[in-house]
Write a protein of this length. Structure first.
Length: 82
């Protein structure tokens, strides 16, 4: 993929200062939650619908018990095989 450069400016607390950023944040969260609910159906036992993919204690215990599934990032330090 070609590398592109463009100007960008960080918007600190942007969702509180911009309706479009706030809306995009809501859309992203709802989309993520729906994806995780589907992942929970496809890969039962990991609790994806509950923790939304965050490395909670419950999630890490499920990985220890079942091993990682195709959705897990193998670059995540606890899973990485250096």
């Amino acid at each position: 993929m070609p590398r592109r450069s463009f100007r960008a400016k960080a918007a600190v607390k942007g969702d509180a200062r911009s309706l479009s950023i706030a809306a995009a944040s809501i859309v992203a969260k709802v989309t993520r939650d729906r994806m995780m609910a589907r992942a929970d159906l496809a890969h039962p036992g990991y609790g994806f619908a509950l923790h939304a993919g965050y490395a909670t204690v419950t999630h890490r215990r499920a990985i220890e018990a079942q091993g990682p599934c195709a959705l897990h990032r193998m670059s995540f330090r606890p899973l990485r095989q250096d």
